[in-house]
Design a protein around this ligand. Structure first.
Ligand code: PMP
Length: 426
């Protein structure tokens, strides 16, 4: 079936408006390692997808999934050792204080549960999020989806604060003083909740502000902001759905580079390499207090197939040293992009962590006005030349580079030289 017929069929079956990538969408039929193949056999270098974190259809993960599905797959009201082995192994990758877990099937569910826990434990309702974020699609979590609601929170019990950034900062202050400016916004939101008689429950942030556009966070911001949160009795929920599982290169988890240990960490996307596996980790006091009063059961969450897949993903991250690769290849890509920045004025800023990199395209370096139309052209042209990437950010002008972690220096060279050509042809 050709693209036109497929799109019509999608509209008829999924509804007009079901999101799809690229002006001329790609019909993918196969994946392997960092490669995707379309229906005509054309090969694409995947520079976008973090869900197949350890590579598309990794044989070790596929084998674990097949073996466990051929053995048994039941819910967690029966005893099974695999969930305990997996949670032990998963919590061991976190700070010592985060020793217990809930397993779910999506990042949304994990965030929904985290909000529910924070509200239950504190007795408050008020949640702070950033003004350009997305944490999931349920009704409660959508209240925080400022990226899709004109950069505003959608309900009285949520307040959006400006995300911290250094490229277009809120004020002329520099370094720690700039961190204070942004942290004061958190304090202001807490005070407003108080004035409005809304109890404060906590803050939900991605520790690297991925959906916001991977800003350079002013030094000390996270410590200062979370001090305000904790002084007011709130909890810090870190959403590691995008930043987790070795993506940042320097650490397994994004928060480990921020100097603050969260009270709850939510995870998803790369956790099952494409199989629906997500969850959260939290401290024992918090989990026990919640469990004591709330019956939480998730039919698919924590089943043996999920856990077998989760274990296999962790095996591959360790065995193939993917965190190291994320760090070194990520730096190689960043260096290459900075060289392209010297050559092509349209690149205003290059930033990111490990193999999660943003290249911001601007009209000029003084106004920093987003080169929105050009960014769209670059993404579509790169696709035509066999390279899949996307865009993020408030202005929709940041090239989003977030490949499966086995991404090699050769892959990086292909990305950089193609981008060089495409930018030259703009
Ligand atoms: N948190 C973040 C930071 C995300 O980017 C997303 C999805 N893009 C989610 C949560 C929601 O995850 P899911 O789609 O698995 O519900």
């Amino acid at each position: 079936m050709n693209n036109k017929d497929l799109l019509e069929r999608r509209d008829r079956l999924l509804g007009v408006g079901a999101p799809v990538f690229y002006d001329e969408p790609v019909h993918i039929v196969r994946g392997e390692d960092v490669w995707l193949y379309d229906v005509d056999g054309k090969q694409y270098l995947d520079v976008y997808n973090n869900v197949p974190n350890v590579g598309h259809c990794h044989p070790h993960v596929v084998e674990a999934l097949q073996k466990q599905s051929a053995t048994v797959n039941v819910h967690t009201r029966y005893l099974h050792e695999l969930i305990l082995e997996y949670v032990e192994r998963l919590t061991n990758t976190h700070d010592d204080s985060l020793s217990m877990a809930f397993l779910t099937c999506s990042g949304t569910e994990a965030n929904e549960l985290a909000l529910r826990m924070a509200r239950f434990i504190t007795g408050g309702e008020g949640i702070i999020c950033s003004n350009a974020t997305y944490h999931g699609n349920s009704e409660a979590v959508d209240e925080l989806a400022t990226l899709f609601h004109d950069f505003k929170a959608k309900s009285k019990r949520v307040k959006a604060v400006p995300y911290p950034e250094s490229y277009r900062p809120l004020s002329d202050a520099k370094g720690e003083a700039l961190a204070d400016v942004y942290a004061d916004e958190v304090k202001k939101a807490i005070d407003e909740f108080k004035e409005e008689g809304i109890g404060f429950a906590g803050i939900l942030f991605c520790p690297i502000f991925a959906n916001e556009g991977l800003p350079n966070i002013p030094e000390g911001y996270m410590q200062k902001a979370m001090q305000h949160v904790r002084d007011a009795g709130g909890l810090y929920i870190a959403d590691e759905v995008q930043s987790g599982f070795a993506r940042t290169g320097s650490h397994m988890w994004g928060y480990q580079n921020s100097g603050v240990v969260p009270d709850i960490v939510t995870m998803g996307k790369p956790m099952g390499n494409g199989y629906p596996l997500a969850g959260l980790v939290a401290g024992a006091d918090l989990v026990n207090a919640f469990r004591k009063d709330i019956m939480y059961f998730n039919t698919f969450g924590g089943n043996p197939v999920q856990c077998a897949v989760g274990m296999a993903v962790l095996d591959v991250i360790e065995n193939e040293k993917l965190q190291d690769n994320s760090l070194t290849t990520g730096q190689y890509v960043k260096d290459g992009l900075n060289k392209l920045k010297d050559k092509h004025d349209i690149i205003g800023d290059v930033r990111g962590h490990g193999l999660f990199i943003g290249a911001e395209l601007v009209k000029d370096h003084v106004s920093k006005e987003g080169a929105v139309e050009e960014s769209a052209r670059v993404v579509n042209e790169m696709k035509e030349r066999g390279i899949l990437l996307s865009k993020i950010g408030v202005h929709n002008n940041i090239l989003k580079i977030r490949p499966p972690l086995p991404f090699s220096k050769d892959n990086a060279d292909q990305l950089l030289s193609t981008l060089d050509d495409v930018l030259a042809g703009l």
